[in-house]
Every structure is written in structure tokens, then in C-alpha cells.
Write a protein that binds this ligand. Structure first.
Ligand SMILES: NC(=O)c1ccc[n+]([C@@H]2O[C@H](COP(=O)([O-])OP(=O)(O)OC[C@H]3O[C@@H](n4cnc5c(N)ncnc54)[C@H](O)[C@@H]3O)[C@@H](O)[C@H]2O)c1
Length: 277
């Protein structure tokens, strides 16, 4: 097992990619702290992980709130005594400011439609949350002279998606935040990397596809949200198939393991070949 006796915090672990990453980490022997805004979601993920023979602590946390993030890190230390791995998976949109899952704004796609709230909300969920989490674990990882941080970005952060303008900008910022932090923390034996997922039909994508179907002229003839997603896959993916939460989980396991001890500051695409750089 690649992560035996390691303690990992995974944000947004109640569904979608975060849940997939959690299951892959548990299979490799890690003990887990699972956080989400929804306690019910992470509680269910924690139950499954305990049935796999691992320890799991579900915590209700809003990772855009600095004090809640600090409490999450303190709860982790109180329960497990250490933090080896942080996966910053939370991202997408903030439904309370009109942005749907996957960060497609209900107000429209053009820069003329997007409001201050769309931009501020995207910054909070996608970038500020990762900065708060990294800051909260950094002193602990520096003191133990080891650690692995994995930030979930997106291929949108490399290509720029006109239907998700603030999201694309913030995911690009995540990649460069990762590089800068990797340079700072390298001397303390802490690896910081990004994963850029491609197309996975999670609850976030389901909401985003519904908005595209209603509002984007290019997709209105497609009749069902899943057809919008499949159209993206057909148009964009050279390997011709969608990706899975497990694909992202396995890449995260690799980056969190000793196999990746000399990899830092990278943004690795797991996207069936959409982006080839
Ligand atoms: N699904 C895709 O195709 C895809 C592609 C590229 C990148 N990504 C990225 O992968 C990550 C996960 O995406 P997903 O599709 O699984 O999303 P999702 O919306 O299905 O799941 C996100 C989880 O994060 C939680 N969450 C949201 N805001 C939170 C907050 N402020 N505090 C705590 N928890 C919060 C939600 O409750 C949920 O459990 C995101 O960063 C997303 O941008 C996804």
C-alpha cells in the first residue's frame, strides 16, 4: 500500500471527485479527514471508509472561512496528531451568488453578463479556499519537514472556457499559486502539485450542463443535460471517453506517495488528451 499510516485532509469529500479521491486514498491505507459544507455528505463517505478498515473523521467546514479552516486543522491534529497530505479539492461555483455547479453563471456567459458576485464568488471558492488551507497546514508540515499538497485545478485553467470565464481565470491562478508555493516549501521537503481534470459527470457538471442547455445557443438543440456533457466529450477528448473520479484519485495517490518524491510545482492533466502540454 502506498499511503499506509499517512493522514490526509480532503476538502469537498462528500461527493464527486473528492469522494473518489477519498476512496482511492483509503484503498492505499491512508486515514482521512473529510470535510464539506454538508455534514450529511461527508458522514456517508466516512462510513464507507470505516467499512474499508480505515479511520475517517467527517467535519463540517466552509473552506472559504478562515476560522473554520483553522478549526478543521486543529481537529485533525487533535484526532490524528499529524497531517501528511492535503488535497484541496473544493472548487467550482458558489450557488448562493448565482453561479451553478461547475461555475457556469446563471446570469449568462459574456463578460457583460457577469456580476461582481460571480467574480468574487469564484475567487473565494476556487483560490481563497486553497490559500487558507495551505496556510493552515504549512507551519505544521514545515515543522515535521515533510508533506504533500495537491491542489485541484482544471483544464479550463489552461485553455480558458468562454462559458466559465471567472472559473477559468481562478483555475489558472491555482496553477501559478501551486508553482510559487512549491518553490517556497521545497526546502522543507514539501511537494506541492496540481491536477487538472478534464470531463467528469459529477453533480457539479450536471448543474452546469442544465444551465448550458437552457442558455447557450450552441447546446439548446441537445434536449437533455447529459447530451451537453457527451457533446463536450465528443468534441474535445482525443481518447474519445469521459474521465472518472477514480482516474483523478489514482493520480492523487501517485502524487501523495513516495513515487512522486521528486515531482513538485507541476500541473498534471488527467483529461484523455484534451490539453497536451
Ligand atoms: N467534474 C469535472 O469535470 C471537473 C473538471 C475539472 C476540474 N474539476 C474540479 O474538481 C473539483 C471537484 O469538482 P466536482 O465536480 O466533484 O464538484 P462537486 O460540486 O460535485 O463537489 C464539490 C464538493 O465540495 C463541497 N463544497 C463546495 N463548496 C464548499 C465550501 N465552501 N466548503 C466546503 N465544501 C464545499 C460540496 O459540498 C461538494 O461536496 C473542483 O475543484 C472542480 O473545479 C472538476
Amino acid at each position: 500500500m502506498k499511503l499506509e499510516k499517512k493522514v490526509a485532509i480532503i476538502t469537498g469529500a462528500g461527493r464527486g471527485l473528492g469522494q473518489g479521491i477519498a476512496y482511492c486514498f483509503a484503498e492505499e491505507g491512508a486515514d482521512l479527514v473529510l470535510c464539506s459544507r454538508s455534514f450529511t455528505e461527508v458522514e456517508k463517505t466516512a462510513e464507507k471508509i470505516k467499512s474499508m478498515g480505515r479511520s475517517a473523521l467527517p467535519v463540517q467546514t466552509d473552506v472559504t472561512q478562515s476560522q473554520e479552516v483553522q478549526q478543521l486543522v486543529q481537529d485533525t491534529l487533535n484526532t490524528f496528531g499529524r497531517i501528511d497530505i492535503l488535497v484541496n479539492n473544493v472548487g467550482g461555483g458558489r450557488s448562493d451568488v448565482g453561479v451553478g455547479g461547475g461555475a457556469v453563471s446563471k446570469r449568462g456567459f459574456s463578460i457583460l453578463d457577469l456580476s461582481d458576485d460571480d467574480w468574487d464568488g469564484s475567487y473565494e471558492v476556487n483560490l481563497k479556499s486553497q490559500v487558507y488551507m495551505c496556510k493552515a497546514v504549512a507551519s505544521h508540515m514545515k515543522a515535521q519537514k515533510s508533506g504533500k499538497i495537491i491542489n485541484i485545478s482544471s483544464i479550463a485553467g489552461k485553455t480558458g472556457d468562454p462559458y466559465r470565464m471567472p472559473y477559468s481565470a481562478m483555475k489558472a491562478a491555482t496553477i501559478n499559486f501551486t508553482r510559487a508555493l512549491a518553490k517556497e516549501l521545497a526546502r522543507d521537503n514539501i511537494n506541492v502539485n496540481c491536477i487538472c481534470p478534464g470531463l467528469i459527470y459529477t453533480p457539479a457538471w450536471q448543474v452546469g450542463a442544465k444551465i448550458l442547455l437552457e442558455k447557450a445557443p450552441a447546446y439548446q438543440t441537445l434536449k437533455a443535460p447529459e447530451n451537453v456533457f457527451q457533446e463536450y466529450v465528443k468534441r474535445l477528448v482525443p481518447l474519445g471517453r469521459e474521465q472518472t473520479a477514480e482516474d483523478i484519485g489514482r493520480t492523487a495517490v501517485f502524487l501523495a506517495s513516495d513515487d512522486a518524491r521528486n515531482i513538485t510545482g507541476q500541473a498534471i492533466n488527467v483529461d484523455g488528451g484534451i490539453v497536451m502540454d
